[in-house]
Design a protein around this ligand. Structure first.
Ligand code: 13P
Ligand code: SF4
Length: 337
């Protein structure tokens, strides 16, 4: 496959044409051209989460994926600069794994309601309340919270890691609904926190029943950050990576009846997955993550031109936080998650 750095602009748009209407190309083209040039000049790489808009996801990104893919790829890159198009905790994770490299975010305000829901002091109090119980922390947290943790997880490996610890109970932070999902898959006792994703908590089981009423053959894929009654209605529960893979298995031009799918997750995920799967029909309920949407092509260009906004992690925090992330990476991904 030709590197995106060497690919002519027209070829990039043709590859992205199912996701980006042709009428919009002239709007995006100057930014894309500038970003591709700046990446070459500065030996920079762009890592983009699955929730990035198609004009980022399909054009300037070198690596796209879920939180686990981005962490794994951040650990491997030999670029001098990493631009993380996602949210702040993802950039911090990339920085933990690359302390010598410059890690940039296009907009410093790209936060996360889960990361905001818990502090390092909260984790220390939980440890006092449950002495000796391991702390398992979702990557959607600050480096300070990771530093208080034994091991990190993503939705792509949470169940596997909780089971692999070989203990009767764990403290699982901070997503209450992901914790409930993990608890439903293991006999390990889960002590949870009350954090929620402001995007996934808005979906309801009634929404899904309503979609199914219109089409009983509808295939429902849901992210485990959704409330338990929503997950109970789903045919598949998994990370954004797992959802994309699942849809890929249905993308078969030979099928006599086209499958219909609904992705119970952030809006851009459906845009990106739709473009990659022309033989699948989608219905598109749309809950937008305002933090993910802070990333835009003009801001990426600005970031590469000015080297703003650089992400820093206090070295003393970083040592402990890195250990929790590296323990997670050693487990890899659970199959099908
Ligand atoms: P994954 O992409 O790891 O499934 O996570 C979804 C999410 O909400 C990231 O913020
Ligand atoms: Fe955080 Fe939810 Fe947005 Fe992901 S989708 S960044 S979990 S608020």
């Amino acid at each position: 496959m030709m590197s995106i750095l060497a690919e002519p602009l027209e070829a990039i748009f043709e590859r992205a044409e199912r996701a980006i209407p042709r009428v919009e190309w002239p709007l995006h083209a100057p930014y894309i051209e500038a970003i591709l040039r700046l990446k070459r000049e500065k030996n920079a790489v762009i890592l983009a989460h699955n929730y990035q808009v198609p004009e980022i996801f399909y054009t300037v990104a070198d690596i796209v994926g879920d939180s686990l893919t981005l962490a794994m790829e951040a650990a491997k890159t030999d670029a001098d600069i990493i631009v993380l198009c996602g949210v702040h905790f993802m950039a911090e994770t990339a920085k933990l794994l690359n302390p010598e490299k410059r890690v940039l975010v296009p907009d410093l305000r790209a936060g996360c309601s889960l990361a905001e829901s818990i502090t390092a002091a909260d984790v220390r109090l939980l440890r006092q309340r449950y002495p000796g119980v391991p702390v398992v922390t979702y990557v959607n947290t600050s480096a300070k919270v990771k530093a208080e943790s034994d091991v990190c997880v993503t939705s792509g490996n949470a169940v596997r890691i909780v089971e692999a610890l070989g203990v009767p109970r764990v403290i699982f932070l901070p997503d209450e609904y992901l914790a409930a999902y993990v608890a439903s898959k293991t006999s390990v006792e889960i002590i949870a926190w009350k954090g929620h994703c402001e995007v996934h908590e808005r979906f309801t089981a009634a929404d899904i029943r309503h979609f199914r009423q219109d089409d009983p053959t509808l295939v429902v894929l849901a992210h485990p950050e959704c409330p338990p009654d929503v997950l109970a209605e789903a045919d598949y529960v998994g990370s954004t990576h797992g959802m994309a893979e699942y849809v890929g298995t249905m993308n078969d031009a030979q099928r006599t009846v086209r499958p219909r799918v609904v992705l119970i997750t952030e809006c851009s995920m459906a845009d990106n997955v739709t473009a990659a799967n022309p033989n699948v029909d989608f219905i598109r309920p749309c809950n937008l993550c305002p933090h993910m949407k802070r990333n835009t092509l003009p801001k990426i260009q600005h970031s590469l031109e000015t080297l703003e906004f650089e992400v820093h992690v206090d070295p003393q925090i970083a040592v402990r936080a890195r250990a929790a992330v590296e323990r997670m990476l050693a487990y890899g991904r659970s199959s099908g998650a």
